[in-house]
Design a binder for this molecule. Structure first.
Ligand code: IMP
Ligand code: MG
Length: 189
């Protein structure tokens, strides 16, 4: 399927669809509490953050007493370039470049691993001089952190495993899974 006689396969489920939904609700409540009555710009980090940003944006609009209005933007980045290797630099593939001066911004990504992606994006967005800049991740994998990054909002803590589903891929596969699972590699014949 993906070449070289090795087909990635879905391993143990780490977080179910219900656990993810509950975590997204918690994130929405926490973000709403800090941005009460404010104009909020939610920036989804794609492609991994696609499911999160779409669920989080809608969950936020259902929290009473949250932001007065929400704008959703996206930034497309690439880290792994189709592999599980984690030393590739962060590459910005697409960016609206829209002015964020004086804005209240929350960057939302599905996962923080080494922290290099979020650290790079934090620096990029800080340079746009927002009034506030916070980071939100659904899944934290703190075991392999090399950048000094502590997300302001964190939904779930995962073990040090390669995780697929809910927007997260292995070589672009499996983003569609509604749950989060470990990647398992199997020999094919
Ligand atoms: P970091 O820069 O090492 O924190 O990596 C963060 C980025 O790498 C995320 O935005 C994901 O796209 C990707 N990533 C990190 N860990 C995983 C994983 O376990 N599964 C899938 N993608 C991951
Ligand atoms: Mg990926």
């Amino acid at each position: 399927m993906t070449g070289a006689g090795v087909a990635p396969a879905v391993g143990r489920v780490i977080f179910t669809q219900a656990q993810i939904a509950e975590a997204v609700q918690r994130l929405a409540s926490a973000i709403a509490a800090t941005h009460r009555g404010q104009l909020l710009v939610l920036v989804g980090v794609l492609k991994g953050g696609a499911c999160l940003i779409s669920d989080l944006a809608r969950a936020l609009s259902a929290v009473p007493g949250g932001p007065s209005a929400i704008m959703v933007q996206h930034i497309v980045v690439s880290r792994y370039r189709g592999s599980t290797a984690s030393d590739a630099p962060v590459e910005i593939i697409a960016d609206s470049g829209r002015s964020l001066e004086g804005a209240n911004v929350v960057l939302a990504d599905a996962i923080v691993d080494r922290g290099l992606t979020l650290a790079a994006l934090q620096a990029l967005f800080k340079a746009r001089r927002p009034a506030t800049l916070r980071t939100c991740v659904l899944v934290d994998k703190p075991a392999r952190r090399t950048a000094a990054i502590v997300p302001d909002y964190c939904g779930l803590q995962a073990p040090d495993a390669f995780v697929i589903g809910y927007g997260l891929d292995y070589k672009e596969w499996y983003r569609n899974l509604p749950y989060l699972a470990e990647l398992r590699e199997e020999q094919t014949v």
